[in-house]
Design a protein around this ligand. Structure first.
Ligand SMILES: CC(C)(COP(=O)(O)OP(=O)(O)OC[C@H]1O[C@@H](n2cnc3c(N)ncnc32)[C@H](O)[C@@H]1OP(=O)(O)O)[C@@H](O)C(=O)NCCC(=O)NCCSC(=O)CCS(=O)O
Ligand SMILES: Cc1cc2nc3c(=O)[nH]c(=O)nc-3n(C[C@H](O)[C@H](O)[C@H](O)COP(=O)(O)OP(=O)(O)OC[C@H]3O[C@@H](n4cnc5c(N)ncnc54)[C@H](O)[C@@H]3O)c2cc1C
Length: 410
């Protein structure tokens, strides 16, 4: 049953999409799954897997044909991401960042040279880093302090980011920073930096709970000097730069939701196999109704998440921005991330002690799934965004927000 999810309209897959998904599943099973435990244990970036992903064309899938890529859609990428995350969470996240997030923003908003640079990197297997979060600006990302000051024909960037996925591994970086020209704050812009740009220093690595093959590090910008044409300006200009960059980021939210989905799907399949194989009280665990109902709920939650994700991914086709609708992306990530925490934990419960052992992939999946209610916008911040849409109301989060802005309902 779970090999053929959601093939009915409105989400029927074309034959090309079914073939793409089958190709992704074959590579994920033969390359990513066998390597997943080692990646987790060694905490080393899985360069061999990434080489295979690149060779198979799964890095840079969303790069347009004019720039040398296959020009696939957000929905196509989602089909591939789920297959890799089902076998290995870290590989799934690499496919997300090789197709969405930083690269998506640069391809949409960059000039021809910037687009070529981004395309070249991902098509050659780079997993770009998106650099938003700072020690004092997590959920409150607009309070970031990293600043780019114009000095003649250069930008000089000073500040610090942390929890940057790929720090020390990624070559291409999209750095969100406050733009100051002639002493005046112009808005938040995105700067394209490469790992050998002078003044870019990789800081300490976080010892993380899950997804251990991906380094999460601080990045320090110590007077990093970039030419003027490294600034990406979204269509609304710098005054609406943050909103424009977040518009592109909605694709990565859908990608992150899909990794959570893939992890849940993978854990669910292992749980189904286990309850059929394991016997207690002289019969398979699968015969106990309490466990059957757990599996029924897990299957239902997985399918609901998949439908929200597919709907969000497909919204990019009609949305004026070319990216997924912000509310649909938020709903997909909110639901999929909380679902994955529950479903992976239930899969562990169904395994009994064997699921709790580090010999089992299940405990890794539980740890890997945990991040998705935090990274990419916490579940609470996504609820704030959805509530703003439901109430058709700007919902400021600062203490004096309602005082300065329009009062609710007023
Ligand atoms: C948006 C927030 C940072 C809240 O900040 P503010 O309250 O100061 O800002 P807002 O007024 O809500 O937003 C400013 C402006 O931007 C527009 N906006 C905000 N979010 C989006 C969006 N998702 N899509 C499109 N536009 C957006 C908003 O409408 C405003 O425009 P107007 O002025 O109204 O025209 C906060 O809510 C937030 O999102 N915090 C989470 C930050 C985050 O997601 N960080 C991710 C870091 S990268 C990462 O974690 C990678 C991990 S991964 O899993 O891949
Ligand atoms: C594995 C991982 C990978 C990441 N990768 C990246 C990356 O590549 N690039 C990047 O820029 N960032 C990355 N991040 C950072 C991530 O985006 C932030 O952790 C996230 O935005 C939350 O910020 P914070 O951790 O500072 O939590 P805080 O903002 O301090 O929040 C703490 C708690 O308070 C809640 N909270 C805060 N404000 C509100 C509010 N207004 N209403 C209700 N609740 C609220 C939050 O929901 C949370 O539960 C990553 C994080 C993780 C865990």
């Amino acid at each position: 049953m779970f090999d053929q999810p959601s093939l009915a309209a409105p989400f029927a897959l074309s034959s090309a999409q079914a073939a793409l998904r089958a190709r992704a599943r074959a590579l994920a099973e033969t390359v990513a799954r066998p390597q997943a435990a080692t990646t987790d244990q060694t905490e080393a970036y899985p360069t061999d897997v990434v080489a295979q992903l690149t060779k198979a064309g799964f890095m840079g899938m969303t790069v347009p044909k004019a720039l040398g890529g296959p020009g696939l859609s957000c929905f196509d990428a989602v089909l591939v991401i789920e297959e890799f995350a089902r076998c290995c969470g870290a590989s799934g996240r690499i496919v997300v960042e090789g197709n969405m997030g930083a690269v998506g923003a640069i391809l949409a908003y960059g000039n021809a040279e910037q687009q070529k640079l981004a395309a070249r990197h991902v098509l050659n297997g780079d997993k770009p880093a998106i650099c938003i979060t700072e020690p004092d600006a997590g959920s409150a990302a607009t309070e970031m302090q990293t600043t780019a000051r114009r000095e003649g024909d250069d930008w000089v960037i000073t500040g610090q980011k942390h929890w940057i996925t790929g720090g020390g591994v990624s070559r291409l970086h999209l750095v969100f920073a406050r733009v100051v020209e002639n002493g005046t704050f112009k808005g938040i812009g995105g700067f394209l930096a490469v790992s050998d740009d002078p003044g870019l220093r990789v800081g300490a690595r976080e010892p993380t709970m899950g997804l251990r093959g991906l380094p999460e590090t601080a990045l320090h910008f110590e007077g990093m000097r970039l030419p003027l044409d490294r600034l990406i300006t979204p269509p609304g200009g710098l005054a609406r730069g943050f909103a424009g960059l977040m518009t592109a980021y909605n694709a990565q939210r859908v990608g992150a939701a899909t990794v959570a989905l893939g992890l849940a799907q993978g854990a669910f399949e292992l749980a189904c196999a286990h309850v059929k194989a394991r016997q207690q009280f002289g019969r398979p665990l699968a015969e106990f109704q309490g466990l059957q109902w757990m599996l029924a709920d897990m299957a239902t939650q997985i399918e609901a998440a998949r439908l929200l994700i597919w709907r969000a991914a497909k919204s990019a086709d009609d949305h004026p921005s070319g990216f997924p609708d912000p509310v649909r992306a938020a709903q997909a990530k909110l639901f999929a991330s909380e679902m994955a925490v529950k479903v992976t934990n239930d899969a562990l419960q169904l395994h009994g002690a064997s699921g709790y052992s580090r010999r089992s992939p299940i405990e890794r999946m539980v740890r890997d799934a945990r991040m998705f209610t935090i990274g990419g916008g916490t579940a609470q911040m996504l609820r704030n965004l959805i509530a703003g849409d439901v109430l058709d109301m700007k919902i400021p989060q600062t203490r004096d927000g309602y005082v300065q802005g329009q009062a609710p309902g007023g």
